[in-house]
Write a protein that binds this ligand. Structure first.
Ligand SMILES: [Zn+2]
Length: 310
């Protein structure tokens, strides 16, 4: 579904001397799509948008087709958030992102720096990152949530869990009417052998961006973000891709989930509720099953259960 979503764009490359890897993206259409589908209020939109952007960048960072799931389990009012990025099989196909916050209606006062207070909305707790390259066991890493600002937490995660030195910049600009006006981000990784001064230089360059969402709002595209972050190290682009908000949920998958609930549950849904309405948490799509459909699924459940009648 949603094959016609407007696309953002992502680039991957290195500094001219190849001592630094960079991933950068403009994700405005994807984040606005998430906001609209989930009715995310501004602070929630910023949190989910930053996480979706990071998920897109980290999916591109996979060496092979696969998926990355970022899960923030914090004690803030969002009640946790999940973002997934999926790297497609074919070169040039879009990176797919989807995600949600448990509580979408979060709109807090701006923080001391005049920004959407994502840190407070997320709270403290644990960050989980799952990398699934669709071959063998998925890899799961965890780290404490240090600020709840998403970008800093991911940089801390990379260092602590994967021994990778990175700087992560993520931003979402929300218009007064609540829609997403600009969103984007970058992950830069200093490769082993590069000096500490390189890290400091990159952090300096990021600070000089003045916020990645403002940079995007002024017209900066993914290449411009990468170039600005690398500064005089110079940007060499190796790959680019569209980024779209897309969920792979379907009526068939949800029907299978219903069958798995078993006969008794399906029977009570049909008799007592007069049908079932399921909502996909990732994209907000609603699937309705009427009594006749539930009866058919109940027959499937009976067959799956070995024909026992209760
Ligand atoms: Zn869905």
């Amino acid at each position: 579904m949603m094959d016609k979503s407007p696309a953002g764009r992502l680039v991957r490359g290195t500094s001219q001397d190849a001592s630094v890897r960079v991933l950068a993206a403009v994700t405005t259409p994807c984040v606005e799509e998430a906001r609209r589908r989930h009715d995310l209020w501004p602070t929630a939109a910023a949190a989910v948008g930053r996480a979706l952007t990071a998920a897109a960048l980290m999916a591109e960072d996979l060496k092979v087709p696969g998926a990355v799931v970022i899960r923030f389990r914090g004690d803030g009012p969002l009640g946790g958030l999940v973002a997934e990025g999926r790297r497609p099989e074919r070169a040039g196909d879009p990176i797919e992102v989807r995600g949600y916050a448990h509580e979408p209606h979060v709109d807090l006062d701006l923080n001391a720096r005049g920004k959407l207070d994502v840190g407070r909305a997320v709270g403290r707790g644990t960050l989980y990152v799952v990398r699934d390259e669709f071959t063998g066991e998925p890899y799961t890493g965890t780290a404490a949530i240090v600020t709840g600002e998403i970008g800093e937490d991911l940089a801390h995660y990379f260092l602590q869990s994967e021994q990778r030195r990175t700087a992560v910049a993520l931003g979402v600009l929300v218009d007064p009417d609540g829609s997403v006006r600009a969103a984007g981000g970058a992950i830069v990784e200093v490769l082993p052998g590069a000096g500490e001064e390189t890290v400091a230089r990159l952090e300096d360059n990021i600070a000089r961006l003045g916020g990645v969402s403002r940079f995007v709002d002024r017209g900066g595209d993914a290449d411009a973000i990468a170039a600005a972050v690398l500064g005089d190290l110079g940007f060499r682009r190796l790959a680019e891709r569209p980024v779209v908000f897309r969920c792979r949920c379907s009526r068939e998958r949800l029907a299978a989930a219903l069958v798995a609930l078993g006969e008794a549950e399906l029977d009570s849904m049909a008799r007592e509720d007069g049908g079932a309405e399921l909502r996909c948490r990732f994209c907000g799509a609603v699937y309705r099953f009427d009594v006749a459909e539930l009866e058919a699924l109940r027959a499937d459940a009976r067959r799956a259960g070995g024909g026992r009648e209760g």
